[in-house]
Design a protein around this ligand. Structure first.
Ligand code: CP
Length: 316
């Protein structure tokens, strides 16, 4: 039997390796889960008997819990492992931890870790599917997919949309994954931030160091958190000055298109990169919608990867 999904990969690790057709496969497959998640009873048996591990070695609220909700709504068993409870604290290496968990025959390992490229290394030593839930500043593919799904639901298209990604681009895996995915879907992208927080030689985008210039004609303004945990002291801007120059408030939003929408992957630093009132203004802010779409997209990711794994196991 032919594999029914356009995405045929075993793992989901890098947005940059996804084709437009593969991205659309994840977005389209999410539609039925968006509907399911609006129902009173939100449970299916699609992944009944499957074992999924959440392996988070960096803090998370949205990604970890939405994968847990997604797995449980599909009927799978999900086990949470966090750094603070693991034997890594007794000196075990991360790869030894992964081979140990692999011996319990999991179907999917969802990994967040500060080391760039670690999900790819893990995928080479385990039998399970691996989903990269954020590796350092490098990639966060399911965040970019849920952002694309949020945009699709709001605008019904990607072509000709102009998106500004603003703030700490240098340390942002969300920015990197979004640039890959949104540009493949046909959006044009401006990145805006202070020189110290925009990578040199960044590709597929136009670079601005000034909000007024960069926000002109934008349909969506995606704000990013200042990643204090990844910033060396020399980069850390003064919060007040940063907000004045790069923090999004109603005045700066008026530089974008008249009805432009605001996005933020969370967690937010209120009144540092985004005005608190604007963040909560549901007529302009898609931030809560992003969280809702996160559950649907992660349900689609789990369904597609496990289905691909089953097909490969049967030799199809
Ligand atoms: N957007 C995001 O990855 O949020 P968490 O760190 O809360 O998972």
């Amino acid at each position: 039997m032919k594999n029914k999904f356009d995405y045929k990969g075993k793992h989901l690790i890098e947005s940059k390796k996804l084709s437009k057709k593969e991205i659309e496969c994840f977005l389209n497959q999410s539609e039925k889960f968006i509907q399911l998640n609006k129902r009173k009873i939100k449970k299916l048996n699609l992944l009944k008997g499957r074992t999924i591990f959440n392996l988070f070695f960096e803090n998370s609220t949205r990604t970890r819990t939405s994968f847990e909700v997604a797995a449980k709504r599909l009927g799978a068993d999900l086990i949470n492992v966090s750094l603070k409870d693991s034997s890594i604290n007794k000196g075990e290496t991360l790869l030894d931890t992964m081979t140990t968990i692999n011996s319990m025959s999991p179907d999917v390992l969802i990994v967040r870790h500060p080391e760039e490229g670690i999900s790819s290394k893990i995928s080479k030593i385990v039998d399970a599917c691996v989903i990269n839930a954020g590796d350092g500043s490098r990639e966060h593919p399911t965040q970019a997919l849920l952002d694309a799904l949020t945009i699709k639901k709001k605008f019904g298209k990607f072509k000709k949309l102009k998106i500004a990604i603003c703030g700490d681009i240098l340390h942002s895996r969300v920015a990197r994954s979004n640039i890959e995915i949104l540009s493949k879907l046909g959006c044009s992208i401006n990145v805006i931030g202070p020189k110290s927080l925009v990578p040199k030689n960044i590709k597929k985008v136009k670079v601005f160091y000034n909000m007024k210039e960069g926000l002109k004609d934008c349909d969506i303004v995606m704000m990013l958190r200042i990643q204090k945990e990844r910033i060396f002291k020399k980069h850390v801007p003064n919060k007040k000055i940063y907000f004045e120059k790069y923090g999004l408030d109603y005045k700066k939003l008026s530089f974008a298109k008249k009805n432009a929408f605001v996005m933020h992957p969370g967690p937010m630093n209120r009144n540092v990169e985004i005005d608190s009132e604007l963040a909560d203004d549901v007529t302009r802010s898609l931030i809560q919608e992003q969280v809702t779409m996160g559950v649907a997209i992660r349900m689609a990711c789990l369904e597609i990867l496990i289905s691909n794994r089953d097909k490969n196991a049967r030799g199809n």
